[in-house]
Design a protein around this ligand. Structure first.
Ligand SMILES: [Zn+2]
Ligand SMILES: [Zn+2]
Length: 308
């Protein structure tokens, strides 16, 4: 199998002001993005948005022609574990809406934060997440996008922060086939996964393979402003935070991320994204996780050989 750069498309969260397709595709070109993530409604509101059919068609046709992976990030107000039934009902409605808008633009998945129990405890929160999400998952058509659960940094009563938390969470969803995962490097690091340790990345991916095999659909590649275990969710530009470049290089060369898009959600606007997309591509395209001249393909083959 030839080594293909498109195997791990690299991109960024793209703005949509000025037209969903027009703005996001112009942005992708400007920063060299091979994948994009967008909001399809106001990320800080409950309001639904019908979208512009012309823009939807343009993006959908671009995706069909180029194969560019497109993802939708659901609004931040959504909390499927909330003790407030009104919040849960609105969350389900907005997720269903986001999934249908995602389908209209040819997107692969809708990213949603795993949610918080708030009170009284995680078990109650997981029951509410189940009640809220199972009908949403059941309504996804066969050719529709997946719902991608994103673990958070671990503040408050988060239902899912560490990789170990994914087991009970997906259990609560009966391992629904349309439930995928979006892992954010900043969140994992903040939740206590020390990606900078010698076996940090390999260990986390091995744990993921044991806990939720075959579920990873997207990586949010963000460096972290705060130290490992901080439980603080503050993204930093690639290589300039507490994670540094080496763990990203390792992640980009690990066989378990084959076929997975990497999207940055880093500060600094378009310039920051352009720099970070270029940085992640460089780490991906240089040979070997440590830049030691060992071809990435050989690394993958070695690892595959060890498995069998
Ligand atoms: Zn993220
Ligand atoms: Zn974050």
């Amino acid at each position: 199998m030839p080594h293909s750069h498109a195997d791990r498309p690299v991109g960024a969260h793209a703005p949509v002001a000025g037209g969903l397709a027009t703005a996001s595709l112009r942005y992708a070109t400007a920063i060299g993005a091979e994948a994009i993530q967008v909001f399809v409604t106001n990320p800080r509101a409950w309001a639904l948005s019908p979208g512009d059919p012309g823009q939807d068609r343009e993006l959908r046709e671009h995706v069909a022609a180029t194969g560019m992976p497109v993802f939708v990030h659901a609004p931040y107000l959504i909390n499927v574990g909330s003790p407030d039934p009104v919040t849960r009902e609105r969350s389900a409605g907005l997720l269903a809406h986001s999934l249908s808008r995602c389908a209209a633009i040819g997107g692969r998945g809708v990213v949603v934060h795993a949610g918080s129990a708030i009170e009284p405890d995680r078990a109650a929160g997981l029951r509410r997440a189940r009640e809220t999400l199972l009908p949403v998952l059941a309504a996804i058509p066969a050719d529709g996008p997946d719902l991608l659960i994103e673990p958070m940094a671990g503040q408050g009563q988060m239902l899912c922060a560490t990789i170990a938390d994914l087991g009970p969470y997906l259990d609560a969803l009966d391992w629904h086939p349309r439930a995928g995962l979006c892992l954010d490097t900043c969140h994992l690091f903040a939740a206590g996964h020390d990606l900078t340790a010698a076996d940090g990345v390999a260990g986390a991916l091995a744990e993921l393979a044991g806990t939720a095999p075959g579920r990873l659909r997207l990586v949010h590649a963000n460096d972290a402003k705060d130290p490992c275990g901080s439980r603080r969710d503050r993204h930093e530009n690639i290589g300039t935070g507490q994670i540094g470049t080496a763990p990203f290089a390792e992640l980009l060369h690990h066989p378990d991320t084959s076929g997975i898009p990497f999207v940055v959600e880093t500060p600094g606007g378009q310039e920051g994204h352009a720099r970070d997309v270029a940085a992640v591509k460089r780490l991906r395209d240089r040979s070997g996780p440590d830049g030691n001249g060992k071809p990435a393909l050989a690394t993958r083959r070695d690892l595959a050989g060890k498995k069998s």
